[in-house]
Structures are given as structure tokens and as C-alpha cells.
Design a binder for this molecule. Sequence first.
Ligand SMILES: N[C@@H](CCC(=O)N[C@@H](CS)C(=O)NCC(=O)O)C(=O)O
Ligand code: FES
Length: 109
Amino acid sequence: MSDPTQQRIDDLVKSSDVLLFMKGSASFPMCGFSGRAVQILKACGVDPKALSTVNVLDDPEIRQGIKTYSNWPTIPQLYVKGEFIGGSDIMMEMYESGELQKVLGGSAA
Ligand SMILES: N[C@@H](CCC(=O)N[C@@H](CS)C(=O)NCC(=O)O)C(=O)O
Ligand code: FES
């Protein structure tokens, strides 16, 4: 991976079991879609302290680079154990089917 931003994102994604790229923070989401993603993770029993987040509004390079990294055009983006799961619509569908709770497995309290 020669692009430094892609490398930085790859390092971030691999550094936390549950990582949410979002607008704002878990305590102060700056967009409804990001807020919904945080709420879904809480509903799955993810301890807010175990949840790592990256505020893309703080870093334009990451805001663009994460879309390239995942080949997904929007924020939020959830990664579990280094794998891209999806945005808030996919998270909601997976939550309703029970799949998200399974994916989160040991990461959920
Ligand atoms: N349907 C999307 C909603 C997310 C969305 O539409 N995000 C937009 C507005 S916050 C976005 O990231 N736009 C590109 C950008 O702001 O960089 C999902 O499932 O997560
Ligand atoms: S910031 Fe406007 S829809 Fe997310």
C-alpha cells in the first residue's frame, strides 16, 4: 500500500476490534446517520468505552480516503476485526436479523 493515507487507514482499521468512522464522536454525533450507527452498536451491547471512533470531520484526507479504502461512498462506516461491515442502513438490517450481534461476537458486552 503506497498511498500514505490508505496506509494510515489500514493501520487504524487493524488497531481496534470495533471501529466506527463517523461524523462527530459517540457522545456528540454531528449527523443523524452517524448517531444512528452509534445507537445500533449500543443496542448490540457494545460498551461505549470499547468502541473506537474516528471523526472524519477532523480529517479531510481520511474522509475521502475511507471511501476509497472500502469502496463505499458514505459515512458512517463500521469495521469489525479489520473487516468492513457497512454503513448505517446495513447495520440496521443486520441488527434486525441478529447478524450484527453475531459479527460483534466477543466484542459486544
Ligand atoms: N444510507 C447511508 C447514509 C449515510 C450517508 O448518506 N452519508 C452521507 C451524508 S452524512 C455522506 O457520507 N456523504 C459523503 C460525505 O459527507 O463525505 C448509510 O446507510 O449509512
Ligand atoms: S452531515 Fe448531512 S446528512 Fe450527514
